[in-house]
Design a protein around this ligand. Structure first.
Ligand code: ADP
Ligand code: ZN
Length: 349
């Protein structure tokens, strides 16, 4: 997109304030969204290598890349750098990177000096559709993902489709799994659009990607709105994730791949329960497959169910499971852990 073209914008009302999501806004326009005062950019080594010219050398905090740096040790490093840079409450932190950088930025900014304002520039497809809305942030601790963190809204989230061009294909697939999820649970039209646009999406055609990110974010924003603390409606966003997280743990698959298989399992469970027609479930599986996401379940039931039990122990025996009713519509039902484990065994076994 060239200058003069208006970005699409979504406003998110959170308990802790309002944030603006700008989709299709080029990074060079970010200045308009920054307050006066010291601007500090947080990024990872990969992103900095790909986009060196984006950074003002004066105030960059660079962390390593990947999920392994999403921990308290990195937080400590960031706080030390913030102190060195003499950051105070008039400073503004900008996170430029994938989900890891966005999480670290949000969490650090939310507690440094009891909170400084921050903005996010997600550079992965997953982070563009996932990390921006909802104000969740956090780091991993004691083997648990996002065990420590806060709910804090960024001032803005700027999604520039140009960043997607340097992403490895696996990273694109991860984001697509999340977009397909949003379409499957809430937006039949978006689902059809995805079915029609497979080649353009695989080419990362900027207007198409921008459209996907915008519509996906709108769905998430509508669901999250007024439900910031993970109850009710927001549970719908866990579609494919209850089992997906368990699979991610035991199989070493990426988040997107695991969620793809989690959605396939949820579809099979929904059909088994008589909630979903076979043909609708097949539509979802076929779309996942066309985007190169895995749909075949071939792993040991015992390991998956063990991971599921471990994961859910903290929540008690009952859990909220998201069933699909049709493309574009879903239903959250309480299900006993034992019942879920039994049904999964029947499907995989
Ligand atoms: P997520 O997939 O949750 O957004 P990360 O923040 O771990 O996760 O990002 C995944 C990987 O992609 C990291 O190694 C990161 O450095 C790299 N990365 C992030 N943005 C880009 C980009 N625009 N181009 C190339 N690599 C990127
Ligand atoms: Zn996810």
């Amino acid at each position: 997109m060239e200058g003069g073209v208006m970005a699409k914008s979504i406003e998110i009302q959170g308990i802790a304030g309002t944030s603006r999501i700008l989709v299709g806004e080029p990074l060079r326009n970010m200045g308009a969204w920054l307050p006066a005062g010291k601007r500090i950019m947080l990024t990872d080594s990969n992103v900095r290598r790909y986009y060196p010219s984006v950074f003002d050398p004066e105030a960059v905090i660079e962390v390593g890349s990947g999920e392994k740096v999403k921990d308290l040790e990195t937080m400590r490093f960031i706080f030390e750098r913030l102190v060195e840079l003499e950051a105070d409450r008039s400073s503004f932190l900008v996170g430029l990177g994938g989900g890891v950088v966005c999480d670290l930025t949000g969490f650090t900014a939310s507690i440094y000096m009891r909170g400084i304002p921050f903005g996010l520039v997600p550079t992965t497809l997953l982070a563009q559709v996932d990390a921006g809305v909802g104000g969740k942030n956090g780091v991993n601790f004691a083997g648990y993902k996002n065990m420590i963190g806060t709910f804090t809204q960024p001032e803005f989230v700027l999604c520039d489709p140009q960043f997607l061009k340097t992403l490895p294909p696996g990273e694109i697939a991860c984001g697509l799994a999340e977009i397909i999820k949003h379409a499957a649970i809430e937006d039949r039209e978006l689902f059809s659009f995805l079915e029609d646009q497979v080649p353009a999406v695989l080419r990362l055609d900027p207007p198409v990607m921008e459209n996907l990110v915008y519509r996906s974010l709108s769905i998430k924003a509508a669901i999250v709105g007024g439900d910031e603390r993970e109850k009710g409606e927001r549970r719908k966003l866990n579609f494919g994730h209850t089992l997906g997280h368990a699979l991610e743990k035991v199989t070493g698959l990426s988040h997107g791949e695991a969620v793809s298989l989690g959605m396939v399992l949820a579809v099979d469970l929904s059909v088994k329960k008589g909630i979903l027609q076979d043909s609708e479930g097949d539509r979802l599986k076929s779309l996942l497959q066309r985007f190169g996401l895995p749909v075949r379940l071939s792993f040991s039931v015992d390991r998956v169910t063990a991971a599921l039990k471990l994961d859910k122990k903290r929540e008690g025996e009952k859990l909220h499971f998201v069933f699909l009713k049709g493309i574009g519509s879903c239903e959250v039902k309480e299900i006993g852990l034992e019942e879920l484990v039994r049904m999964v065994s029947e499907i995989i076994g």
